[in-house]
Design a protein around this ligand. Structure first.
Ligand SMILES: [Zn+2]
Ligand SMILES: [Zn+2]
Length: 156
């Protein structure tokens, strides 16, 4: 089943109407691979539906998050990223230069830490963020280049 179908079912299961806007927002999110911001989702949705408001996009993403259909990531890039891959065992590679975020499955099992007690604190989730330079940015020397958006909308 397509990812967007699963997301749509989460709304339907709660008796929420699947308006064409909602459907399109979920499709765009499901197809995105770059962990988009709400703004990035919104601008892609507007290519086909120019009247959709950023507020509607935020609300839909927030609802979907409440339903467990998307992860919210704060990776220190300045705005919340939405991740349609809800598998708890994947982690993130964050490029310092362009801000590109990609998924990685680590062979070393971070899950072994789940359930461990650290000074009485019980670990329930482990999130690993690996920072560095993506393949596109490895040849660049020096400071940040302001091309974060190019990666985000390209879908790979
Ligand atoms: Zn990069
Ligand atoms: Zn991810």
């Amino acid at each position: 089943m397509a990812k967007s179908d699963r997301m749509q079912e989460l709304f339907q299961a709660r008796g929420m109407k699947l308006t064409p806007q909602r459907q399109r927002i979920l499709e765009v999110l499901a197809e995105s691979e770059g962990h988009p911001t709400a703004e990035a989702v919104c601008s892609t949705v507007r290519e086909k539906m120019p009247t959709v408001s950023l507020k509607t996009v935020y609300q839909t993403l927030h609802d979907l998050y409440e339903f467990g259909g998307v992860l919210q990531l704060d990776l220190g890039t300045g705005s919340t990223r939405f991740d349609p891959n809800t598998s708890g065992s994947h982690h993130h590679l964050v490029c310092d230069i362009c801000g590109n975020i990609s998924d990685v499955e680590l062979r070393e099992s971070a899950e072994e830490l789940i359930g461990v007690s650290v000074d009485g604190f019980k670990v329930e989730r482990v999130e690993i963020v690996l920072r560095g330079r993506c393949t596109n940015c490895q040849d660049l020397v020096g400071d940040r280049v302001p091309t974060a958006k190019a990666h985000l909308s390209a879908g790979s």
